[in-house]
Design a protein around this ligand. Structure first.
Ligand SMILES: *[C@@H]1O[C@H](CO)[C@@H](O)[C@H](O)[C@H]1NC(C)=O
Length: 167
């Protein structure tokens, strides 16, 4: 009896330590943000992501951006025309990290967009490639200044999206 309980404890202990080691190893693997050779752009849990927003609105106004998730709020930032602003974060363990941004510019209106969603930006089976460095251009394409994720190898057209102005 005693022996059995002990081995149960031992087994539980081993399972938990393995899990903890596994999670920390993933975090460690994903730590070097600018390593270009880190495989499949990191769709593993806790993958590090870098989002870049570029102001290319047609009327060359300043772009006001306010991005937040349930855990982070970057406050309002003002991106000069042709300038960029960026932020980094880790996808959470549950892979439900979502950053929603509000964009305004003079004569450009007021628009919302989910700049990062695992389903759209970190989904190996999704419609769009997984990005580790997710570069977005605001206002260049389309009539009302769509938002587009550019593809850095230059062999693909940007992935353009409509604003998500609804709830
Ligand atoms: C916009 O920025 C890019 C890269 O930072 C630069 O090469 C280009 O000359 C700029 N364009 C204008 C019109 O300022």
């Amino acid at each position: 009896m005693t022996f059995n309980n002990k081995s149960h404890f031992l087994m539980l202990f081993m399972i938990f330590s393995t899990l903890i080691l596994f999670v920390s190893a993933l975090d460690f693997l994903n730590a070097p943000a600018e390593s270009p050779s880190s495989g499949a752009d990191g769709f593993l849990p806790l993958a590090k992501k870098h989002v870049v927003i570029r102001n290319v609105v047609k009327n060359r106004e300043i772009l006001n951006v306010h991005c937040r998730s349930s855990e982070h709020d970057f406050g309002m930032v003002h991106i000069p025309w042709n300038g960029t602003w960026d932020f980094s974060f880790h996808v959470n363990f549950w892979k439900n990290t979502k950053f929603r941004c509000h964009f305004t510019w003079h004569n450009g209106g007021s628009h919302y967009f989910n700049i990062f969603k695992v389903y759209k930006d970190d989904n190996p089976d999704g419609r769009f490639p997984v990005c580790k460095e997710c570069i977005w251009e605001v206002g260049k394409y389309g009539d009302n200044g769509h938002i587009c994720r550019i593809v850095r190898d230059g062999r693909h057209l940007p992935y353009c999206f409509k604003w998500k102005d609804g709830p």
